[in-house]
Ligand binder design. Structure first.
Ligand SMILES: CC(C)[C@H](C(=O)O)[C@@H](O)C(=O)O
Length: 433
């Protein structure tokens, strides 16, 4: 990362050059480069090896460094990765380094981390028409802004598959259901190395956070990136986030698509992805006999403010208590604060945290990527036993959240909350009308 002239970066016909043909190699200016504490130290090593110990990043304002893992008492190596990032930040005078410190119960200083894909949007680094590369496969989340955003490493213009999602979105359906529907349709390899473009009236009606959920999981279909054309919803969101000028780009009349899929979203039912693949789609109601041990609401996919608001809505509507431990891991510090400050609509002024407490959920944890990726054994809410978990995260491969015999059902925050209330995989229509 850093020295962009050393490599050929991806561009899409969407963002880089209207005349580009799929399969062509292009040189493009990268607008934002992001790295984290899992893959960053390796990338920094390559940077130094290839460009020399004293090499400088080309533009200190374009590099964004985001530690994402929770502090571990058990694995010092994991904590040291953040030190490597901090050294690099100091040495290169990097402008954007998102870590805050707090004192733990044992009086040690620990780092407050966050899910990088969510933080990028929150801090205004996702802008239409720009190119973002990151050392995190879920960098693709930023496609929600009409940005070409991809995990780094490939060199050609990918062909585009277009997904037309039309129809009124039912009140019990969330963007997570939409992307599970798409991946279930095309499989986890269905968009390998392709751009996935989402259009249609259902997409136009989504909030920015919901658009982020849709683009976030294109990587689970093998996609190189996902993209949603920027519109008024995008511009309104960006008004408060950035003063950097941007120029949106759109597929034009000449754009050619490898394939086009159409879905009538008004008929969609709440979905899950059963173990052990995000493509293992099933109707939530078909899994009602699956007994579960816990629920996890968190990650860049399902740990945003609106995800928690959605879960709170289900708890509020039911007036019941959860039957299984229900863990809450906000994606960022701002999300964590929102849980304690923003009133949930039609709740008489209650915040999410109050509703979660009334429902008997676990207290919201410090923000991070948390147990979405398993992590060291002391990671909050990690599956340390072969348990069954309904989760708002993105991957349910064996061992993904810790124990290799754990079973993960990927679901929307509505379905996750409904399942917490019954102790079984549950269609949220049981509580929402
Ligand atoms: C944190 C990052 C290195 C990782 C990835 O790139 O796959 C993440 O996005 C994931 O979900 O596993």
């Amino acid at each position: 990362m850093g020295h962009i002239e050393g490599q050929i970066y991806l561009a899409s016909p969407y963002t880089a050059a209207a005349s580009a043909l799929t399969g062509e190699n292009l040189w493009v200016n990268v607008d934002v480069l992001m790295t984290n504490d899992i893959t960053g130290p390796g990338a920094i090593g390559v940077f130094k090896r290839e460009f020399g110990e004293n090499a400088k990043v080309r533009d200190r304002e374009k590099v964004v460094v985001i530690p994402i893992t929770t502090f571990s008492q058990l694995m010092n190596a994991a904590n040291r990765n953040v030190d490597t990032l901090r050294d690099f930040k100091r040495e290169q005078n990097i402008k954007y380094f998102y870590v805050t410190l707090r004192t733990s119960e044992t009086s040690r200083l620990i780092q407050i981390t966050k899910a990088s894909a969510t933080l990028l949007a929150q801090e205004g680094h996702c802008r239409p028409g720009e190119v973002l590369v990151g050392t995190d496969s879920h960098t693709c989340t930023a496609g929600a802004f009409g940005q070409f955003a991809s995990g780094i490493g490939n060199t050609e213009v990918p062909p585009t598959i277009r997904f037309v999602l039309d129809g009124e979105i039912p009140s019990y359906i969330l963007a997570k259901d939409l992307i599970l529907q798409v991946i279930g349709e095309i499989s986890v390899a269905g968009a390998t190395y392709k751009t996935m473009e989402f259009v249609g009236t259902a997409v136009e009606g989504l909030t920015m956070e919901e658009r982020m959920t849709l683009c976030n999981m294109v990587i689970e279909a093998g996609g190189k990136n996902g993209v949603i054309p920027a519109d008024k919803t995008t511009y309104d969101y960006l008004k408060e986030k950035t003063t950097v000028p941007y120029e949106p780009v759109y597929s034009d009349e000449q754009a050619r698509f490898l394939a086009e899929y159409h879905f009538d979203i008004s008929k969609l039912e709440p979905l899950v992805a059963k173990p052990h693949s995000p493509g293992n789609r099933a109707l939530a109601r078909e899994c009602k006999d699956v007994k579960i041990d816990r629920v996890y609401i968190g990650s860049c996919t399902g740990g945003k403010t609106e995800d928690f608001m959605a879960a709170a809505k289900v708890f509020l509507a039911s007036g019941k208590k959860v039957k299984v431990p229900t863990f809450l891991v906000p994606a960022t510090q701002k999300v964590w604060m929102d849980l304690y400050t923003i009133p949930v609509p039609e709740s008489g002024g209650k915040t999410c945290s109050q509703i979660f407490e009334d429902a008997g959920c676990d207290t919201p944890a410090s923000p991070s990527c948390g147990a979405c990726m398993g992590g060291p054994r002391d990671t909050h809410a990690r599956l340390n036993e072969p348990q069954v978990c309904v989760s708002t995260t993105n991957r349910n491969f064996p061992g993904r959240m810790g124990h290799k015999e754990g079973q993960i059902y990927l679901a929307s925050p509505y379905t996750a909350a409904a399942s917490a209330l019954t102790g079984h995989v549950t269609d949220p229509r049981e509580f929402l009308q």
